[in-house]
Design a protein around this ligand. Structure first.
Ligand SMILES: [Zn+2]
Length: 350
């Protein structure tokens, strides 16, 4: 006799007030997944091939679900639907649709092809929840084209990105990075946020569901203060004539007057100068506007680019995170790791 009498009972037949998915309904499927009233008839073999959580559930037939390791995943309720075992999942139907399609159609997350945030975020979220390493890796690779970990990729973001842009996207990416536990995305997201009006960013942070601890918000707020100071220091270092040592009287005099004007005028003047030095494509124009000689122009440009590199290198530390190398290595091992504890690696480092 089983300790749990409910296992002995015949599984209840589910109410049939569901809509069958019009595009994910394989007549020869072996299981029905139900989310938000939509039923998807799929194959246990396909689910098990991609997802470790489903593999564990199906190991000894779907009825072993009561014993399945579903750490971190709310245990689905089991019944039957149209003569097929059915699992009711706590996911959005549209997310599940994207997730299942990515299993059935290799081209659904095609390498190098542009896609939508909704699609890639659904796949990343569910591949994290159901531990589907291959799909998680593919989704992460797309997401990281928008918030990369290198300055070179950041500078080319508008041409390299494979997820279509949308308004205030940084908030959605922040939420996704936190919910799927991908810290390596955060420095670039915070950097992007720091370039936007605090009036837009800060109130919106409170609305992000699952932002979890306020630690992230305070790391951000303390970080932008530090970032702005370092940007003035590193990007405008060319105004420190001793450090630059141009050895050109005319240009040194010119830069001295630029510095004097900046100091005398409002903080907005300095912010404007920093802004021009922050964006790679505007550095050349900015240096041209300083009207320096041909010899000094490349020296000043190089100094600004060195400042940009320093900022990027220090970005994670500014926001109280581990350095880039550690974040990238952690991400790599997270993507490689297929153990069921992968989703909670921060609590249980192995
Ligand atoms: Zn000169």
């Amino acid at each position: 006799m089983s300790a749990d009498p409910s296992i002995e009972e015949k599984p209840p037949t589910m109410a049939t007030s569901f809509t069958n998915s019009w595009d994910i309904w394989y007549p020869d499927g072996s299981i029905v997944l139900i989310a938000e009233g939509t039923a998807f008839k799929v194959h246990t073999s396909i689910l098990a091939q991609y997802s470790e959580v489903f593999r564990d559930m199906f190991r000894d037939g779907v009825c072993s679900i009561e014993n399945a390791k579903t750490d971190g995943v709310q245990r689905p309720t089991e019944a039957s639907y149209e003569g097929c075992p059915a699992l009711s999942l706590q996911d959005k139907a549209s997310d599940l649709n994207h997730f299942l399609k990515s299993m059935y159609h290799l081209s659904y997350l095609e390498r190098g092809a542009k896609t939508s945030f909704q699609k890639v975020s659904a796949i990343l979220t569910l591949s994290n929840k159901y531990i589907a390493p291959e799909l998680r890796k593919r989704a992460f690779n797309l997401i990281s084209t928008v918030y990369p970990s290198t300055l070179a990729e950041w500078d080319e973001k508008s041409t390299l990105r494979l997820v279509h842009p949308f308004k205030s996207e940084y908030l959605s990416y922040l939420s996704l990075a936190v919910q799927t536990d991908i810290p390596v995305l955060l420095p670039a997201i915070f950097f992007d946020m720091s370039k936007r009006s605090s009036d837009d960013v800060i109130p919106a942070l409170g609305d992000i569901a699952g932002l979890g601890s306020w630690g992230i918000v305070s790391d951000y707020l303390l970080g932008i203060e530090k970032l702005r100071n370092l940007e003035v220091k590193y990007l405008l270092q060319f105004l420190d004539l001793e450090t630059l040592a141009l050895g050109c009287g005319g240009c040194e005099g010119r830069l001295k007057s630029v510095a004097n004007v900046a100091i005398r005028k409002s903080a907005a003047t300095i912010t404007g100068m920093v802004q021009k030095c922050t964006i790679k494509s505007s550095v050349t124009d900015y240096v041209q506007s300083l009207q320096l000689c041909k010899t000094c122009v490349p020296k000043v440009e190089t100094a600004i680019h060195r400042g940009r590199e320093r900022i990027w290198e220090e970005l994670p530390g500014i926001f109280r995170m581990s350095e880039w190398e550690v974040l990238r290595a952690e991400q790599l091992s997270f993507l490689e790791d297929s153990s069921p504890t992968a989703g909670t690696r921060s609590e249980s480092p192995t």
